[in-house]
Structures are given as structure tokens and as C-alpha cells.
Design a protein around this ligand. Structure first.
Ligand SMILES: [Zn+2]
Length: 275
């Protein structure tokens, strides 16, 4: 498929018979079939993780995306070390593995001809966690949208705040929200797309602030984990609790959109704002 980079095609050569096991229905899907279907299970429509650059290919008009703030990387302010090693070693390894500078890719581009600023989270980088540099990039992309007077779209796929940065990571919740709230002053649309999973501090801040909140099917979206809530309130939660479908039913997301239809849906929404 065209939306894969050539280097990835090369990497794949020679291992075409690998299977992917769907996390929802546990069926085995040929890796090639899985990728061609945009990392979506052809049996149950579970939407698996997608790399930020593949998201760019999928959403943005060809050759219109320009990356911004690529030089912003994590800083180990607390000199954090746990039993598995230092935070610094961990993020350096993640940088190498993913080819990304942080858990979010920021930039601007066109969606069916409409210019937008964007931040796209990538789960491969420390579980898409929200650290100081992640927050900084999301804020700067929001500021870019504000300065240029163009819509802002954030794609979230994240386990929540980055524990290795302690309270500094929690501070990013307020920082990013502040930048996004400023867009209201100029009536600049902010669209939030929630992929599986969007949890913790990310859900509790910018991910749920969209003028329009769009979820991908079956995405897990929540703040505290299911077990923590059950133990706290002493009750069993419904089976579909913290899914996109449950949130839609209860008014927390506005729409559930299949990945293949996202580009069309977003440009449609933006065209209403432009009228
Ligand atoms: Zn499945």
C-alpha cells in the first residue's frame, strides 16, 4: 500500500508469513493483510496501534506534511533510575528504536486542501506517555495553530503521564490545556482523535477537550484503570466500561469513526467551520 514508507517495505521483505494476533478476537491475521487493512482486524474491526508517520500518510494530502519542533527530546530532570535502569537509557533506546525524538510527532499539513496544525502521538515511544518534551511539542503545535489561525488536530494514543518524570509530567496536563484553551479566543477549531488506548493524564487533559472528540472503534478510553475503580467503589463495572462505544452512549465522545474514513470525516467537519 502506498501509505507505507519504502524503508518499511524493505524491512518487511523476507518475513511475509508472519501473523498478527488480534488483541480483541484473538484471530490470527497475516501481517501483510493486517497492514493493508491499516492495522485494523478484518474479523472484528479492532483498531490496532498505528505509527505516527503512517497516520500522516493516511490523513494528510500527499507531500503537504511538514514536521515542526523535531529537535525537542526528553530531558531527565529527576535523574530517574529504577530496577530496569535509567530513564535516560530508556528514552535513548526508544529514540533509536522508533526513529522519533519524542512520543509525539508535530507539524502542519493539508487535509483535503484544508491547512491544519497537528500532534500525533506514537505508542511505540515509551507507551505514548506524556512527558515534559511531549507536552512542550503539543503546546508549541497549539501555539502554531493560534498564530497561523488554522485548526488544530491531536491524535492521542497513550498510556498517560510519564512516571519517570514525576510531577513534571503531571504539569503538562495544565500546560497543554492552557495552549488549547487559547484557541477558543480566535474560534479556532480543535479536534481530538482518540485511538486505543487513551488513558490517564492524557484523557484527563487535552484528549477530551476537543470541540469535536472522535474515537476509533473499540478504543479503550479512561482515566484510572478498571481494577482500581472496582476496588475503590466496591462494585463490578459493565463489560464495555471505558470503551469508545460506552463513552459515545454516555455523551463523552461525539462520534466513532473507522480509521479508513477519518480523513473524509475530519475534512467534512472542518469544511463546516469554514462556512
Ligand atoms: Zn479481531
Amino acid at each position: 500500500m502506498a501509505w507505507f514508507s519504502k524503508s518499511e517495505e524493505k524491512q518487511k521483505s523476507g518475513r511475509e508469513n508472519l501473523w498478527i494476533k488480534c488483541k480483541q478476537c484473538y484471530s490470527h491475521i497475516y501481517e501483510n493483510e493486517w497492514k493493508k487493512n491499516l492495522n485494523v482486524c478484518p474479523n472484528c474491526n479492532f483498531h490496532g496501534s498505528i505509527k505516527s508517520w503512517d497516520r500522516v500518510e493516511l490523513i494528510f494530502d500527499k507531500n503537504t506534511f511538514k514536521e515542526l519542533f523535531a529537535n525537542i527530546s526528553p530531558v531527565d530532570s529527576l535523574k530517574f533510575v529504577d530496577l530496569k535502569g535509567s530513564y535516560k537509557d530508556k528514552f535513548e533506546a526508544n529514540k533509536k528504536k522508533s526513529g522519533l525524538s519524542e512520543a509525539v510527532l508535530t507539524g502542519h499539513g493539508k487535509i483535503n486542501g484544508i491547512k491544519v496544525a497537528t500532534a500525533i502521538m506514537d505508542f511505540r515511544f515509551l507507551g505514548g506517555s506524556l512527558g515534559s518534551a511531549t507536552g512542550e511539542k503539543i503546546l508549541r503545535a497549539a501555539n502554531y495553530a493560534y498564530q497561523k489561525n488554522i485548526p488544530y488536530i491531536v491524535f492521542s494514543e497513550s498510556g498517560g503521564a510519564r512516571m519517570q518524570e514525576g510531577v513534571l509530567s503531571l504539569m503538562q496536563m495544565a500546560k497543554t490545556c492552557n495552549g488549547i484553551a487559547k484557541l477558543n479566543k480566535k474560534n479556532i477549531p480543535y479536534i481530538s482523535v482518540l485511538a486505543n488506548p487513551t488513558t490517564g493524564g492524557v484523557t484527563a487533559s487535552y484528549a477530551m477537550m476537543g470541540d469535536i472528540n472522535i474515537a476509533e472503534p473499540f478504543a479503550v478510553i479512561g482515566f484510572a484503570g478498571r481494577r482500581v475503580i472496582e476496588q475503590t467503589i466496591g462494585e463490578k463495572l459493565p463489560a464495555d466500561f471505558q470503551t469508545a462505544e460506552y463513552l459515545l452512549k454516555h455523551g463523552f465522545v461525539d462520534s466513532i469513526v473507522n480509521r479508513k474514513d477519518l480523513k473524509h470525516f475530519i475534512s467534512n467537519v472542518l469544511s463546516y467551520y469554514n462556512r
